[in-house]
Design a protein around this ligand. Structure first.
Ligand code: SAM
Length: 308
């Protein structure tokens, strides 16, 4: 199973790759971006790549034989501490984050990410290494209003209350919801008739569950500001995001550290000094890429440079 990297040229250009630099790929996946980075950093360059998915790292170890690449099975949340430990804080030339799930994760039924494939309702990107609950366990452990709130916040699902009620009713009176198929079918039965044509009624619920199971947005929030410390002055941070909740996080972080915001003086929370400079505007995939890679259609690429 392969993964077609999104906005490969744009991301590499955004990183402003230079021979001999130290780079980080925060989301290795199948290594499409990593491979392109390695091809442009010369024999002395170094690339440290993270992924919390053991399958991604195992695949990388099998297919990449390159001494310049170090693969780390860890969340990108550990980048700051890792770089601190190695004395690399403030020395990294560029960091790439290509958020979300990879095609192999979606395509492999046993990972439980997709309502299009029948499999266990799992959705843990780290395959359980950190001990987080599966999506099925998360549903069974939470009450109706928590489920509804998560579907609304992380899936922007307008019918969140109806779906949450159907889930909790099923769990109480029918039995466990252990498979992607069972959840997809339940959602279809409860709201399918009210759903606009062309979109599967389970799409938003599956997105919300994936986000909560992997704590995706909180992790991103915690991590983004730390990455500024990892970069050297003039180092670049490139983030590719795929849905409005991710776009918003990246924009909020940029607004906080870009020039102009030092005017917002509040005695309790002094304004941050500008740390970043925006490089170009929001980049989206070209028409040709969008035609051949569906995942690229919602993608937005933002580039920032550390200035202080
Ligand atoms: C869109 S894919 C990356 C694809 C990659 N750029 C390529 O070209 O193959 C996103 C990857 O990020 C990983 N990921 C998501 N959240 C993560 C986190 N907090 N820490 C590390 N990896 C994460 C996922 O497991 C997935 O493999």
């Amino acid at each position: 199973m392969s993964h077609t990297p999104v906005m490969l040229d744009e991301a590499c250009e955004g990183l402003n790759l230079s021979v001999g630099g130290v780079y980080i790929d925060a989301t290795f996946g199948r290594g499409g971006h990593s491979q392109a980075i390695l091809s442009q950093i010369g024999p002395q360059g170094q690339l440290i790549a993270y992924d919390q998915d053991p399958d991604a790292i195992q695949h990388g170890r099998m297919h990449f034989k390159d001494d310049r690449l170090e693969l780390r099975l860890a969340s990108y949340e550990s980048i700051y501490a890792d770089m601190q430990q190695r004395g690399l804080l403030g020395k990294v030339s560029g960091i790439l984050m290509d958020l979300g799930v990879s095609s192999p994760q979606l395509d492999e039924a046993s990972r439980g990410f997709s309502f299009m494939k029948s499999g266990p309702l799992d959705m843990r990107m780290d395959a359980g290494l950190s001990g987080r609950p599966t999506a099925a366990q998360w549903l069974a452990q939470n009450d109706e209003s928590t489920i509804a709130n998560i579907l609304y916040r992380y899936g922007e699902e307008k019918l969140s209350r109806v779906i949450a009620r159907a889930i909790v009713h099923h769990l109480k009176h029918v039995g466990p919801i252990d498979t992607t198929e069972a959840l997809g079918q339940l959602i279809n039965e409860s709201v399918g008739a009210r759903y606009p044509k062309g979109k599967h009624p389970a799409t938003r619920t599956f997105q919300a569950l994936r986000i909560v199971v992997n704590d995706e947005l909180n992790t991103l929030d915690r991590c983004l500001a730390q990455l500024i410390e990892v970069l050297k002055i003039n180092g670049r941070l490139v983030v590719i995001s795929f849905h409005s909740l991710e776009h918003r996080r990246v924009k909020a972080m940029m607004q906080r550290y870009l020039p102009g915001n030092e005017m917002i003086v509040d005695i309790q929370t002094p304004a941050d000094t500008p740390r970043l400079k925006r490089i170009g505007g929001v980049v989206t995939a070209g028409v040709q890429e969008q035609a051949v890679n569906v995942r690229s259609r919602s993608a937005q690429c933002r580039v920032m440079e550390k200035v202080a």
